[in-house]
Design a protein around this ligand. Structure first.
Ligand code: TYD
Ligand code: MG
Length: 453
């Protein structure tokens, strides 16, 4: 079979060259050349005969697809997918190597009792998969495994086996004979995915593709897969910690604000129904430098412990470091404390850590971050059972936040008796929770209330 030709095309100006170069000779941009298939140009056919059987329809004329969703045995996955797997959909699961993608998908595959599953692995031998399944202590008679790295063979196997669900672990190990580039290159990944997509839609097979995240943090190169597939789920967490979060980044059949939380144990992944209990340390004595934030990730409220350590800088330039929280945001909050609330932190080292190894993007964590820093700075502990929710603006004002009722109710459910919230949040229903609500409009107001003796 003759190989298809590829060329490097500049994504900025469309310049083409047969060899890769770092800088486009035409427009001068760096790193914009991507290998692409050269498609022979055909003269366009505008005759009516070429569109037979395909005509424009009004909404009333379109018959809706019956999308009875397939429920997996893992509730957190069902939730993230928007209620279950839609037949014929292509779902990409991305994540860093070693985070637990293969474990998650194997657990899912073995938990689907009544469906035929074909699990094609290009990364591990079937013996390794067997070992893993033994570790997970689950088994299924309907799940078949094969080691395959050729796209053509994979589709041939699938044609013959006719599974309900096809799993490809991983898309970066798959390659088609039509293209010369090595597996994992952008062209291979894109062509293989499009071929699988066509096959899956034609036969109404749901496909899970596993994809590695590259150094820049995007899935399989420059987002090539994200527009092809129906749903993109990202599996993330710090592999040194047990927490894993499954986030939906794109979903044609559901919301992207859903979130699944798992714990990686010796015998596989376990769903975490109540994350707050694990994210707050159970130490009963009060220590300075910790504050509890009532955060919301996606649409799930939970409480998380923020730890700060402020000490005098040993060298000229103070160090600022943060784990699980955006460093730029931390620097901004420190500047606000300095300029708007009069705290001298210029010559102090500041270290910030979000307990449990999770990453928080919710701006409503700001207030807890500020309070933990201050508590460490003056070495006075924040009173027990107190938590915070509020976004801090550049003038030191506390801005209104979303989902305030959920945050209050989660805090109260976990036995907290005091919560600081923005004064600007009005018109919500505190719902008769047994918790004192302190409203504040500026950060200095919070400190005065908090550390008043
Ligand atoms: P894996 O699913 O192979 O990751 P990926 O496919 O994303 O590369 O999981 C790798 C890690 O998970 C490995 O370092 C060991 C750990 N692990 C457990 O802690 N418990 C388990 O039951 C299993 C199967 C793996
Ligand atoms: Mg793997």
């Amino acid at each position: 079979m003759s190989k298809a030709k590829t060329a490097y095309t500049c994504q900025n100006c469309n310049y083409q060259t047969p060899k890769w170069v770092g800088r486009c000779p035409s427009c001068g941009q760096w790193n914009t050349l991507l290998e692409e298939l050269i498609v022979k140009e055909k003269s366009p056919d505008f005759s009516a005969a070429s569109i037979s059987g395909n005509k424009p329809l009004t909404l009333n004329e379109i018959t809706p697809l019956k999308t009875a969703r397939i429920k997996t045995g893992i509730d957190e996955v069902n939730r993230v997918l928007g209620g279950g797997i839609v037949p014929g959909s292509l779902i990409l699961i991305g994540g860093e190597p070693g985070i637990g993608k293969s474990t998650l998908i194997l657990q899912l595959a073995l938990g689907l009792d009544n469906l035929r599953v074909l699990y094609a692995s290009g990364e591990e031998s079937i013996q390794q998969i067997k070992l893993r399944a033994e570790r997970l202590n689950i088994s299924s008679e309907k799940c078949y495994f094969i080691v395959e790295t050729s796209l053509e063979n994979l589709i041939a196997h699938s044609e013959q086996f006719k599974p309900d669900i096809l799993i490809v672990d991983s898309i970066q190990t798959l390659s088609t004979e039509l293209i010369e580039s090595s597996p994992g290159s952008v062209v291979q990944v894109r062509e293989c995915t499009s071929a699988i997509l066509k096959y899956a839609k034609r036969n109404s097979i749901a496909v899970f593709l596993i994809g590695h995240i590259n150094k820049e943090g995007s899935l399989a190169g420059p987002k090539v897969l994200e527009h092809i597939v129906d749903a993109v789920l990202q599996f993330e967490g710090d592999s040194n910690y047990m927490f894993r979060i499954l986030r939906s980044i794109k979903n044609r059949f559901g919301s992207t604000s859903e979130l699944g939380i798992f714990e990686m144990r010796n015998d596989g992944l376990r769903e975490v129904k109540n994350p707050s209990e694990l994210l707050i340390s159970k130490i009963n004595e009060e220590v300075s430098g910790t504050a509890i934030a009532a955060t919301v990730e996606g649409i799930r409220p939970f409480l998380v412990e923020i730890q700060a350590l402020v000490s005098s800088a040993a060298y000229g330039t103070p160090q600022r470091s943060s784990t699980g929280f955006d460093l730029r945001r931390l620097n901004m909050l420190l500047a606000v404390l300095e300029k708007r609330a009069g705290f001298k932190l210029q010559s102090k080292d500041v270290f910030l850590n979000i307990a449990g190894g999770i990453r928080i993007d919710d701006p409503a964590t700001d207030l807890a971050v500020i309070c933990s820093i201050l508590s460490s700075n003056i070495d006075i502990a924040i009173p027990h059972k107190t938590c915070f929710a509020g976004e801090v603006g550049l003038t030191g004002e506390i801005r209104a936040i979303n989902r305030i009722e959920q945050r209050i109710s989660e805090a109260s459910k976990l036995g907290f008796n005091r919560i600081f919230i923005p004064k600007l949040n009005k018109g919500f229903d505190a719902g008769g929770h047994n918790i004192t609500i302190d409203k504040a409009s500026r950060v200095d107001e919070v400190f005065r209330n908090l550390f008043r003796k």
